[in-house]
Design a protein around this ligand. Sequence first.
Ligand code: GCO
Length: 451
Amino acid sequence: MSFSFTRSDFPADFLFGAATAAYQIEGHAFGGAGASHWDSYAATPGNVTNADDGAVACDHYHRFEQDLDLVQQGGFDVYRFSVSWARIMPDGRHVNPEGLAFYDRLVDAIVARGLKPYLTLYHWDLPSALADTGGWTNPETADLFAAYTRAVIERIGDRVEAVATINEPWCVAWLSHFIGAQAPGLRDIRAATRAMHHVMLAHGKSLAVMREMGQQNLGIVLNLADPHPASGSTADIAATRRMDGISNRWFLDALFKGAYPEDILDALRPHMPAGLEDEMALISAPIDWLGINYYTRGIVADAPGTPWPQFDGVEGPLPKTDMGWEIYPEGLGTLLARVARDYTGDLPLYVTENGMAGDDHLVDGVCDDPVRLKYFDDHLQVVRGLIAEGVPVKGYFAWSLLDNYEWSFGYEKRFGLVHVDYETQTRTPKRSFEAFRAALNAAPRRLAASG
Ligand code: GCO
C-alpha cells in the first residue's frame, strides 16, 4: 500500500516532518538529568499503565544517530524535537553542562543530515525541583522558563530553524491540573486556573527573551479541539461553547486578541492571579507561525447538576484508534480553516502533530499498519484541500517517529512510524514509514537551506 499523493502534489516549499519529544524517547536516567515531575507521577500507583516511566524509553540518548538516519531515509525535511528542562537544568535553575552538550551534538547530527531542526522548549517535563515550589501554579516558573530559554538558545539557537516555546498549553495546564490525567495529576480549579495563565506568561517571557537575542522563526504549539455538540439541544450547544472556550479560545484569544475570552474568564476570575491584564501584551506579542496538533474531534454534552464547566465528553460512532479516539480527518480541515479565518490570517500554520496509536505487531520482521497509513493519507489530503482553499498551511509533522512513552499510557500505546522493541531497542520501520519514504523520495529532494 502507498499514499495517494507524492511530494510534488504539495507546494515546493511545503515541509514534511517527523516529531518526537524528549521525555518520551531519550531515557531520562542518562546524562545527569534531574528528576522530572513525570518520574514521581509515574511512581505513584494508578497514574500510569504498568507504572512505566521514561528512565530508559527508546534509549534515544545513546541511539540518536541511528534514529536521525531514519528521519533522513524517510525523506523528511524537518525533525521536530524537544529539549528537556530537567536534563539541561536538573534543579530547574542551574545548567548541567552534560545536558546542553547532548543537545549540541543532537542538533549537529540533525543538520549534518540535511534536516531542519524544529525545537520545542517545553514538552511537559517539568523539573521536580520546580514542581516542589508549585510548578505552573507559581508565577516564578515563568521567569525561570525565560532563563532556561536563554541558556538553550545561547547554545543551540544558531543552528535551529524554528522554535516553539510551549507544546500544548491546554495539556500542561487543564489536563494536568483540573482533569488530573497527566503530571502533576492535580484536580483543583485554582491550581488549573493559575497554570492556564502562567503557562501563557511563560510563553510570553520566553518569546521576549528570544526576540531580544535575535532568534528567528518563533511560535507556539496548541492542541486544539474540534468540538461537536452531542445533540442539537440548547444545553449541549452551550456546553460545547464552554469546552471550546477552555480548549481553544482561551489560548487563541490570548495570543491573537490579547485578552482571555470573557465567558471563561468570568467563571475563572475568582481563582485568577491579580493583575493579569498587565501581562496580556507580553502574551500576545507577535509570533511567526502557529503549530496545531490534531488527532480527533470532541463530542460534548451538557452535564446538569455538576459544577462549572458542566460538560462531559461523549463517545462518538466513528471507527477509533487504539486510544479510543475517533478517526475524523474532516476535523483538521474545519479547525485550521477556522483558526486562519478568525485569528491568524496569513500567518504560517503547521500541523505540528498528527498520527494514531495502533495495535501494531511485528510479524516475520514486518509491521503492517494499514489503518495508520490510511489515517496519514486522509489527513494529508485534507491538508491539500486547505492549501487549495488558500489556508497557509506550510508543513505537516507525523507523530511520531518512534513508538515511545505515551505518558499515562506508558509503552502500551504505539504511535510510531517505526516500531520499537523495548527489550532489544530494535527499530523496525512500519509500512506507514515506507509509504512516507516512497512519497517523499518520489521527487528530487530539495536542498535544505542549511546544508
Ligand atoms: C502531544 C503530546 C504527545 C503525545 C501525542 C499522542 O503533544 O500531544 O505531547 O507527546 O504523545 O499527542 O497522544
